[in-house]
Design a binder for this molecule. Sequence first.
Ligand code: NAD
Length: 347
Amino acid sequence: MMNLLITGGAGFIGSNLIRQVIDQPEITKLVNLDCLTYAGHLENLEGIHGIHPRYVFEQVDLRDKAEVLRVIRQHDITHVMHLAAESHVDRSIAAPADFITTNINGTFHLLEACRAHWFDPETSIQNRASKFLHVSTDEVYGSLGPQDPAFTEATPCAPNSPYSASKAASDMLVRSYHHTYGLPAIITRCSNNYGPCQFPEKLIPVIIQSVLNRQSIPVYGDGLNVRDWLHVGDHCQALWNVLTSGKAGETYNIGGQNELTNLHLVQQICDVIDELAPALGGNSRSLITFVPDRPGHDRRYAMNAEKIQSELGWKPAHTFETGVRETVQWYLNNVNGMRDVRLHVSL
Ligand code: NAD
């Protein structure tokens, strides 16, 4: 029996995750805890929210410690997949406070609530089968040089932005709750995701939106920053494998072995749009415009995901070519649902 709590289930990855796992036979109840910030949209859960018999929504802010504990107790939560976070690097540079309160304090509240509910207060012995999966990012490892080997789970954390620092801090808290209290916690760190339902301020929706409006496509600096791209469906499958088969106390890297410069990524998407929507006029690459670089912009991320592949048998099902084509098509089909948020490119 699994009473599963997914935090941040109205966001990009969380909504894809709910869609992907809700019918797993192990799940008795799936509770989506989300306070619906600018990045949370229940439309992402159309067909599930308010309809699916196993699904419950709790509009709760992780910063409200008492409410977090209430949710864990009321639904007798046995498993947690913790995704809720402030996730946009540019926003963390402009206004870091929410990153500290949500990503660090919010994770602390969730850990405390699980400890209170899963451990006997008299004996401190764990009183039920449970698992806490903390979803983190490759950004906690910092930046690589062009020839450096990819990050492994043993790479020390060296975060460079307020966002990645807040994620690294929450990772350390999770680690300490396993070490100190024996909380059955696991950390995953994933590379950049792409796929449906991503908030329009992130790179791929920004590119598509710009092309549709025939506006310039902003690319930071020289466009040669490198990211490792993974389809969100592959990330969600990896998270499910880790939740059900991962070992408490471990960290698992998740990545697509798909390193691309930002410029190359933008060019590829322009070409796919030109092919799928020729009525837009073609030659979308001409819209690419270089804009001043982000302060402290990490140059390169790359993930070594051998551990999850060899220990848990996970590997990505999507190739980048098919995944990007399918994603562009999804945005073209859902163009009316794209909110007109044209900030900066986030990676
Ligand atoms: P997102 O910004 O799309 O969604 C975040 C969700 O969390 C939103 O629904 C928002 O309403 C909710 N939320 C924010 N603050 C909250 C709070 N105080 N209380 C309750 N809910 C709150 O983020 P995403 O891209 O789906 O990322 C999800 C997780 O995966 C994050 O922890 C992020 O660090 C991690 N991650 C993301 C990527 C990526 O490429 N997007 C890669 C690796 C790891």
